[in-house]
Design a protein around this ligand. Structure first.
Ligand code: GDP
Length: 289
């Protein structure tokens, strides 16, 4: 497998979540709308089986709106599951979130019987940003690099609505190979656990097939993007951007950094790297391996 990313201190988080979940009515899992399945943590599914679930597809401002709708429909088709799209620009995220939870557990939500919700998600998915915007203060640290530890806390979002933050960190476990590449492309994997050129090539192979127009526009490519191999695409982008070594050769590492930085910032366009159908196929393939 190309991306290896199994950092430590998972067991502690696992135990803490298992303990916490006993008194929880709804489990919210925050996902990255650009890669909903890849950014899910299989351990969360395992620990919270049978609990009503709300999937938040976050950073929807960066994702392909049509595909976000597909994913929301996909999750809503599962039993006891709700799904909403969200991004940091949302005006009243708390209301949207509370409404979706009440929809799942309508008999709670009063002062006597508060709705108790646990929010989890892999690092960098935007959990602190959301909590901060809902509480109007900085209760959790937001940062660009994965790996900042945050303590457990109960947040009273409204009368009869308690939100618990996940104790400890829940990292993604990479089972599906393409999922590893998608996580790496999104910036959720530490730089030392990935080869940027390899990740950029995988990303370009996908974008060349599904977002050729966006690529051509962003980099002013005259070539027929869909017919180019991933190396040829990276090279063409490097040339357009002046990422050159001596002797007219393209600096592929530099070109890879440009592509990854642009993708993460949404500069290539609103892009989603997987659909429910594609994910199903990738999962089958990884089982067959
Ligand atoms: P956490 O590790 O899950 O708590 O993630 P953070 O809240 O620290 O967010 C990680 C990064 O994603 C930060 O740079 C945020 O500014 C950015 N971010 C969070 N939510 C959104 C969003 O909805 N849209 C975009 N474009 N960026 C976001």
């Amino acid at each position: 497998m190309a991306i290896q990313w199994f950092p430590g201190h998972m067991n502690k988080a696992k135990k803490a979540v298992a303990e916490r979940v006993k008194d929880i009515d709804v489990v919210i899992e925050m996902l990255d709308a650009r890669l909903p399945a890849s950014s899910a943590n299989p351990m969360i599914a395992q620990l919270t089986r049978g609990k009503p679930a709300l999937k938040i597809l976050n950073k929807q401002d960066l994702a392909d709106p049509q595909r976000t709708r597909q994913w929301i429909d996909y999750y809503k088709g599962k039993s006891h599951t709700q799904a909403i799209g969200l991004d940091a620009g949302e005006r009243s995220p708390a209301k949207k979130l509370i409404d979706a939870c009440l929809d799942l557990v309508p008999n709670r939500g009063s002062v006597d019987r508060p709705l108790r919700v646990l929010i989890c998600g892999i690092p960098n998915v935007g959990k602190s940003t959301l909590i901060n915007s809902m509480t109007g203060r900085r209760v959790a640290k937001a940062g660009n690099e994965p790996g900042v530890t945050k303590g457990e806390q109960r947040i009273i979002l409204a009368d009869g609505f308690w939100l618990f933050d996940t104790p400890g960190m829940l990292w993604p476990k990479i089972i599906v190979e393409q999922g590893g590449y998608n996580l790496a492309a999104s910036g959720a994997v530490g730089r030392n656990a990935m080869d940027e050129e390899e990740v950029a090539l995988e990303l370009l192979a996908y974008l060349g097939q599904h977002y050729a127009k966006e690529l051509a526009t962003r980099y002013g490519l005259k070539e027929d993007v869909e017919t180019l191999r991933d190396e040829e695409l990276l090279e063409a982008i490097g040339r357009r951007r002046g990422a050159m070594l001596g002797g007219g050769r393209v600096n592929m590492q530099k070109a890879a950094e440009i592509v990854l930085t642009d993708f993460r910032a949404g500069a290539i366009g609103r892009i989603t790297l997987e659909t429910p159908d594609e994910w199903r196929v990738w999962e089958e393939e990884s089982k067959a391996r």
